[in-house]
Design a binder for this molecule. Sequence first.
Ligand SMILES: C=C(O[C@H]1C=CC=C(C(=O)O)[C@@H]1O)C(=O)O
Length: 426
Amino acid sequence: MNVALSPPKMFVRTVPLSDHTAGLVRLLPDGAPLAWLTGDEGVVGWGEAARLDLGTEPEGTAPTDTTRFSEAARWLNGLMEHAEVSDGVGAAGTGLVAFGTFAFAPTSPGSALVVPRVLVGRRGGRSWLTTVGDEPGDRPGELPPPASAPRPVGPVSWTQGSLSGEDWMSAVAGTVERIRAGELDKAVLARDAFAEAASPIDVRTLLERLRLRFPSCFTFSVDGMVGATPELLLRREGDRLTSLVLAGTRPRGEDPGDDRRLADELLASAKDVDEHRMAVDSLRTALAPLAEEMEVPARPSLLRLANVQHLATRAHARLSPGVSALDAVAALHPTAAVGGTPTGTAMRLIAGAEGMDRGGYAGPVGWVDGAGNSEWGIALRCAHVDGARARLFAGGGIVEGSVPEAELAETESKFRVMREALTDGA
Ligand SMILES: C=C(O[C@H]1C=CC=C(C(=O)O)[C@@H]1O)C(=O)O
């Protein structure tokens, strides 16, 4: 990979905002909003003070190659060295902040980092404004007025993705056979679908719907990748790392009794518990060399979302000195929640079986600040939005006991997140 690394000189200023009660999404101008939101909190940004577009590795590169992460880290370090930062708040997400999206595979395009011109953050009752200028005095310190109102999406036409449902189920059946033959233990197979609106889709509309419907998820928009993921690859604050591993899924029930029955079935399902264990094991193995302490619960708990319920494990670690957030991202991606076990075999199977390029789907998406604090989700329950077109993604973990029809139904439940966000009045 060949990246021109010539960091611009930047003047960064963060000031506290008093009495900032307006919704963060309402501040975003139309265009290419940057966002990372959990309910009412998070960071939003717009404009580009600096941008890195990462290239792709040649076909045949090992699927676990981490060059895109190390190039990104080098670029960020260069930016930091040349930045003059005045930070009047000093919290996670203040000072210099870059939003990022990384492709799932090293050979796929779409990995990019963006430092916004303006960022507004809110967390734990504190709000702040960060502005980035090219000249020393070029640092406006006032909150802009609310932007234009987000537009509805309008009528949308839907088309099938790279594989028909039938063909995708054949790919699942073929994967189960390969698992039974002992070639691998697990692979996560995904599919895509397309939505076409009559005019450019206003991403702010999607963000507002997603954050309201999925307040416990991470609603994001970075360089066209838009979604609400429940899965936290990692949060780094100082030397503390948190990760939320999800794998194993049931739909929500029709009524509370049905919902409980489905939850009990999930918690007791050997197939799902095994599928989940592989995802947790992959995290534990990847994290061990980077951490001085690690705390991983022995048994998963239940995470309920509006559309589905998952087996969930929240892991904590204390990182060894000198381990950066992007070092941890590079080590952890892809967990077996989106890749498989063993990782390399699963990644090769995925590339052959899905009949599509995942792009940023199932890759890390999030932000990092100059102090190394960061939050990176796994880009799930998302779409790539480009003008009037959106490409939606959904997948599921395939193990020995997987049934193609049930896996197809699971992807439909997961597609609902973006289908409903793209549907006015849903
Ligand atoms: C691959 C996806 O979900 C992953 C995360 C949670 C549960 C999963 C599952 O049960 O298969 C998947 O591992 C997706 O949403 O596209």
